[in-house]
Design a protein around this ligand. Sequence first.
Ligand SMILES: Cc1cc2nc3c(=O)[nH]c(=O)nc-3n(C[C@H](O)[C@H](O)[C@H](O)COP(=O)(O)OP(=O)(O)OC[C@H]3O[C@@H](n4cnc5c(N)ncnc54)[C@H](O)[C@@H]3O)c2cc1C
Length: 477
Amino acid sequence: MGHGERGAAMSEGVLLAALGRCVGQANLLVAPDDVEPYIQDWRGAFRGAALAVACPGTTDEVALVVRACREAGTPVVPQGGNTGMCGGAIPDASGRAVVVAMRRMHRVLDVDAVNDAMTVEAGCVLHHVQEAASAADRYFPLSLAAEGSCQIGGNLATNAGGINVLRYGNARDLVLGLEVVLPDATVWNGLRALRKDNRGYDMKQIFVGAEGTLGIITRAVLKLFPKPASRVSAWLALADPAAAVAVLERLRARCADELVAYELIGRACVDLVLAHVPSARDPFRQQHAWYVLLDFAGAVSEHALREKLETLLAEEADRGDLADAVIAQSLAQREDLWRLRESIPEATRATGPALRSDIAVAVSDIPEFVARATAAVHATMPGVRVVCFGHVGDGNLHFNVLPPALSGARADWAKPLYPMLYDVVDALRGSFSAEHGVGQAKRGELRRYKSEAEIAMMQTLKQAFDPMNLMNPGKIL
Ligand SMILES: Cc1cc2nc3c(=O)[nH]c(=O)nc-3n(C[C@H](O)[C@H](O)[C@H](O)COP(=O)(O)OP(=O)(O)OC[C@H]3O[C@@H](n4cnc5c(N)ncnc54)[C@H](O)[C@@H]3O)c2cc1C
């Protein structure tokens, strides 16, 4: 008898009893109120249903859960902090799936300061990972606004980006080893802390960005870095994105690794934040069309770093690309500047339904993209407002659009604009998903914009790892 037939024969009651034995009855949630937080995302954009939520405490328990579900022919949906943007951690509406919530696996297992590596369980909240690194006088650079609730397993599964990619790379660049429970319940222990290992395919990278469709990440070895002694932020005013890219190129040439963040912010973003966030203040008296928020970090003193930044910015002002600049003089000022940047998504949400995107193009194509995309949305819907910001140092923009009349817009008003925007991205050989993934939200775009050959390779991989299609089905592919 094949697995599928056995699965059909196994009743839900039998599976629930088996799962209770795997994780302990207290760690198997079945009551609707208990299951509720796990079947919808934080924005309320995706809602599904689940037979149960299993909360394993060890890798062996994860493997037992996966085995029991496989024998029952039951889909498994891995879930971390449930902060994802594309519904990847939310089960479908059938109510058949078991959500595997990783929150009990939250231990930091080892910090090796000599090897600049740390080993953590996948359910570790990102902020705790950062704190544990810091306690050992080391630095784990992955940083994003959801860091108080997202988990390192979720960060790896989505290949998260955040504000320090320019200097340190994505989650993909920060992992040395993984332990994964495969769809057939095999535990693969790839917990190596090597920087060089050329023994064939790099299997850990297959699971990074796979959004839980190829297996459940249970532990990870992460890369650490020297802790920067100082960090300085500046807010620049510029005429256009071309000036922002030109300044970026010269700053990188002059200071290389000290430039760790470089965020582009359109004026409309600042207006939105000032309107919706009471504590927010405009850093300049005069309005400017575009801004950049940048961070310098280094091994030298804050004073030395600030002096260097002042010199570089003065040179940029002399060249004419910089209309104005302010360097934060205190931690409080630095936090104020970053709050302005990090409040943009919240302020955009407060205005109602908007077109939201997470695109990537080559950094050198940023000005062309902004010009083409702005022209295209205005030509299609006159009166719309472009709210554009993002990690421009990585070529990643959130090019968002608000409807012409802010009140009364239908939830789906922006639907016709998406293909038009993504066509602009595609024409520049860019990506419709820079850091948020595909999940269940962008499967149509994947089909439209990835080549047949690339989709065929992905399907082959999925089939090889998960021939029963039980590991987070309906996501990505
Ligand atoms: C305010 C806010 C700001 C954000 N800013 C950024 C940003 O700057 N950059 C960025 O990249 N993202 C950002 N995000 C998106 C989100 O925080 C990231 O995608 C994060 O990495 C998801 O982690 P999570 O633990 O919440 O995963 P979840 O949302 O729980 O899951 C995401 C996906 O990963 C899978 N998954 C989760 N855990 C595992 C595991 N252990 N093994 C296998 N698969 C797993 C799930 O099945 C799902 O497909 C932001 C989100 C919010 C709410």
